[in-house]
Design a protein around this ligand. Sequence first.
Ligand code: HEM
Length: 339
Amino acid sequence: MQKMLMKSTLESMFKVGFGIDLKCMDGSSKEGNTFMKAFDDANEMVYWRYVDPFWKFKRSLNIGSEAALKNNIQIIHNFVHNVISTKRKLLPMNPELNVKEDILSRFLVESEKDPETMNDKYLREIILNFIIAGKDTSANTLSWFFYMLCKNPLIQEKIAEEVRDISNREVEYEYVDDFVTNITEATLDQMHYLHAALTETLRLYPAVPIDGRCAMEDDILPDGHKVRKGDGVYYMAYAMGRMSTLWGEDAHCFRPERWLHNGVFQPESPFKFVAFHAGPRICLGKDFAYRQMKIVSIAVLRHFRLKLVDDTKAVNYRTMFTLHMKEGLHLYAVPKTIM
Ligand code: HEM
């Protein structure tokens, strides 16, 4: 399921961000699948540099993990360059429509005004930033969310009930596609329990488990700790989400109710719930991510009951920047009769 969710978030990122149909969900795009594998492997390899004292040595000789990383980066760059040149060719055909439709087209139009600064390398970094920001984050959160629902069947049933109650007020559709296309903004806004359960998932399994900054100058933190220019300062969203001093004695329990008051979702300060970061550089895609995750959850839980293939198997983390499940998420999806 994790693999499928990765493909789905990558596809929606390409559609919304770059106006391109990637077609990797149905497996018909070989390039799309090769790119995805290179992207995930590169993510893991860069992270391992933190604990590999020989990585610079390997890089200089172009051997081992560094040779593989170089190869993956080449695949990623070629793929993104193709995206840019395809888009460049398409843009003059219908400039008005394209400009309104996606972010990449807007950048391409701007790049014509300043081609030296906004060259292809600059555009490549923008595309990669959006993919890094939007693919793993939502897909990992959904994977942990479905995992939590399998571990907590009563909560799964409660969300399914909310989905049924709210979507039943609308027209009944024969096909899943029609049902999904017609999910309205109002429906999403009314899903307080689902919103709470997704947020509770992010508290326990933040997609970016550790994040940080580099000090631009000497400074003193509010607790008196001295920081020198160039020092790294990190915070662990994963640990913070599990601290009883922040969340109470039941900090380790998956309890969506902690986010609700009289059935209405209550947000927390982003400095306490740090999954989306906080302050001026808070995640720009937060609302997009909730909308996307809610649509996928509604579509799945309206039509299927989920069950782990092996409930006794422990789930491990893959060592990378985002909180991946090491061996994926293996589920049975039992079809429901629509009531
Ligand atoms: C559950 C889903 C998501 C989570 C948990 C998440 C989390 C984060 C975090 C922790 C950061 C701060 C990174 C840093 O500056 O060190 C961030 C930044 C960002 N995110 Fe997200 N993100 C999610 C989904 C998305 C999506 C879907 C998009 C794009 C549509 C997106 C776009 C961005 C962008 C552009 C930034 C950089 C903002 C800036 O530096 O000003 N995110 N996100």
